[in-house]
Design a protein around this ligand. Structure first.
Ligand code: 13P
Length: 293
């Protein structure tokens, strides 16, 4: 079923597990994500970023395709704009039928972040869509971001931000960064801050930059209250490697078969990740939310 993120993340928050949010740019990835969710009886979120959306996967193409895959399945599947940057982009996605949007104004000052987020929550909620916002700033691994606490989320500000913006979930900065880390580097995360953020806000919290964060870190952040984990780089890498190995083995493989090989590799990866973060088998709760219209 095609739903917003609200009910699935509230359930994850109450029951202490996390839902994957996976970037997706084509039909094979959309199928891999949705069928992994169905096979694992797990909720899932599909993400598309403005760069992916503008370069390749436009909202008007992606929404009908994702709905056609998701609606017949008996698990909640949300489609979320990842790191929405402008009001124009957010409105385009809402008009196209996204069930959720993230507004990332985390590079702005606190009051300006609130103002921009508040504008998005008022329009998105009118559409029945959920809203993710970010406070503190999750940067880029290749720039060395996240290794000092300069951009980490402040606990008191997080409470005020959530109260004033009415966002449905909050992305927090605790030491991860987007993209690939240098070889053999595993980030050190600020678990104490995460525990304080959870105790103070009591709301669904989001971890960006899930790739390369290390299984031990991921399991610990879920225990401490992360309810949505964004993964892009690791999955794309895994899928590309699987397709590359298959092409080396069978250089004349049929085009459709190599696409399907990549889809299966992505699906297996997602299923094992869902088990790790505890979302597998969770779709046993009574889903009271309407299908997103
Ligand atoms: P990674 O590419 O590091 O997994 O980050 C994904 C992400 O956070 C998308 O918002």
């Amino acid at each position: 079923m095609y739903t917003s993120m609200k009910e699935m993340l509230d359930h994850a928050n109450e029951n202490n597990y996390a839902v994957m949010a996976i970037n997706c740019t084509n039909m094979e990835q959309a199928r891999a994500i949705c069928y992994a969710a169905a096979e694992e009886a797990s909720p899932v979120i599909i993400n598309v970023s403005p760069r992916q959306m503008l370069a390749h996967a436009t909202p008007e193409i992606m929404v009908p395709m994702i709905r056609a895959i998701a609606e017949p399945l008996d698990v909640p599947i949300a489609f979320n704009l990842d790191h929405g940057d402008t009001y124009t982009n957010v409105c385009r996605c809402l008009r196209a039928g996204f069930s959720s949007v993230m507004i990332d104004s985390s590079s702005y000052e606190f009051e300006e972040n609130i103002r921009r987020t508040r504008m998005v929550t008022s329009v998105a909620h009118a559409y029945g869509a959920s809203v993710e916002a970010e406070l503190g700033h999750v940067g880029v691994a290749a720039n060395g971001d996240g290794q000092t606490s300069d951009m980490y989320t402040n606990v008191e500000q997080a409470v005020e931000f959530a109260d004033r913006t009415h966002c449905d979930c909050l992305a927090v900065a605790i030491g991860t960064a987007h993209g690939a880390y240098p070889d053999d580097f595993v980030p050190r995360l600020d678990f104490d801050r995460l525990a304080e953020l959870k105790a103070a806000t009591k709301m669904p919290l989001v971890l960006h930059g899930g790739s390369g964060a290390g299984e031990e870190n991921i399991r610990r952040v879920v225990e401490l209250g992360i309810n949505k984990i964004n993964v892009c780089t690791d999955l794309f890498k895994h899928q590309r490697k699987a397709m590359h190995a298959k092409l080396n083995e069978e250089p004349n493989i049929d085009y459709m078969d190599i696409q399907m090989w990549g889809e299966d590799a992505a699906k297996d990866y997602i299923k094992s990740y869902m088990r790790m973060i505890g979302s597998s088998g969770r779709y046993t709760f009574d889903y009271t939310g309407e299908q997103f219209d």
